[in-house]
Write a protein of this length. Structure first.
Length: 356
């Protein structure tokens, strides 16, 4: 047994030395860096929702956990990290099978999710807690990551120096449960955040469609998943029956978001009984998410309301509403999703809690 352990240690030492001495040779992504059945990789790329979702579908990955890495504080909370009150960054930790996917593959996939030139954060999220980083778990990972970064710098894709540091792994704390698989648990909010974050728009300028292995910010899949009535209303400018729709008589507190993109559109604080049989509001919650268009159909001139990001038909606005606005935003329930007050924080709309 003693001789067997010595042989193993010698082989591991030789493997690491060979990799370290081969920095000038093009990286072979298919070389297995681990002999164990599973290995760990830790990356920071800004919002962990986006980075986690980009890795979960990769063949050979066993699990992806969102969390906080690289800091000194123990058991940090999302509130502390997101406010920049700790030395941690938002990160993901990957458990993978080296026999199916190499560490080099993971590093290459990581570059295609971030802006490696931004030292202040990532896309819409700026601050030390959103900086990118590669946390290596051993010298072999360090060598692969450094070689990969060097190759990326020489690729001509970027006209600025690459910032993303390659750092020795120290700590990782899993984030709160509601952050795990956020794109599945809160798909509406996730789609809305991602479409406005600037991540996809930037990456599409650096990589081809084939090179990008993540779901885009476009809404084709979401549109395909709509019910026939939701599709008719949002995509074909239809109108649902009055007094026979989901929200016309809803009196609960919360906000109404676009059924396709998750953009916040209206609040229950501005909802009133118009007697029309459709959900009616005196004003939009987020005016910048509302687009007004002239509608001359049905032999009359009306003002149509559409959502900005998803371009969904939502309803119309009329000048027969109550004071002080005098407006009636007459909407279709089929174009909306109601998020109750008690679910705002979990669904990612916590900033609107102050309304109630």
């Amino acid at each position: 047994m003693k001789y067997f352990l010595v042989v193993l240690l010698f082989l591991a030492s030789c493997t690491t030395t060979l990799i370290e001495d081969d920095l000038m040779v093009e990286m072979d992504k298919n070389v297995e860096l681990e002999t164990a059945e599973t290995a760990l990789a830790t990356f920071a790329g800004g919002c962990f929702w986006c980075v986690e979702s980009a890795f979960e579908h990769v063949d050979g990955i066993i699990s992806v956990v969102s969390g906080y890495a690289g800091g000194e504080e123990e058991n940090p909370s999302y509130k502390e990290v997101s406010a920049g009150k700790t030395s941690h960054v938002e990160a993901i930790q990957i458990s993978y099978d080296p026999a199916k996917v190499s560490y080099g593959d993971l590093v290459e996939h990581f570059w295609r999710q971030i802006d490696p030139t931004d030292a202040g954060g990532q896309f819409v999220d700026q601050g030390k807690q959103y900086r990118s980083a590669i946390f290596f778990h051993d010298e072999a990972q360090k060598a692969v990551a450094e070689k990969s970064k060097e190759a990326l710098a020489l690729s001509g894709r970027y006209d600025k120096p690459l910032y993303t540091p390659i750092i020795s792994y120290t700590t990782f704390y899993p984030a709160e449960d509601y952050h795990q698989d956020y794109y599945k648990k809160s798909p509406i909010k996730y789609k809305y955040y991602r479409s406005r974050s600037g991540r996809d728009q930037y990456l599409e300028t650096k990589w081809t469609e084939e090179e990008l292995a993540y779901s885009s910010s476009h809404f084709e899949k979401e549109k395909a998943a709509l019910t026939p009535l939701q599709y008719k209303v949002t995509q074909e400018d239809g109108t649902e029956p009055s007094f026979n729709n989901e929200y016309w008589n809803n009196t609960a507190e919360g906000i109404y978001v676009d059924i396709v993109s998750g953009e916040p559109l209206f609040s229950s604080t501005d909802k009133y009984k118009s007697g029309t049989g459709w959900p009616s509001f005196t004003k939009p919650l987020e005016p910048l998410n509302i687009v007004e268009r002239e509608d001359n159909s049905l032999f009359s001139k009306r003002i149509e309301i559409r959502s900005k990001e998803a371009d969904s038909h939502v309803g119309h606005v009329f000048n027969d509403g109550p004071t002080p606005s005098g407006l009636r935003y007459c909407m279709n329930s089929a174009a909306l999703l109601f998020v109750p007050k008690e679910d705002l924080e979990e669904q990612g709309y916590g900033e609107y809690l102050e309304l109630f």
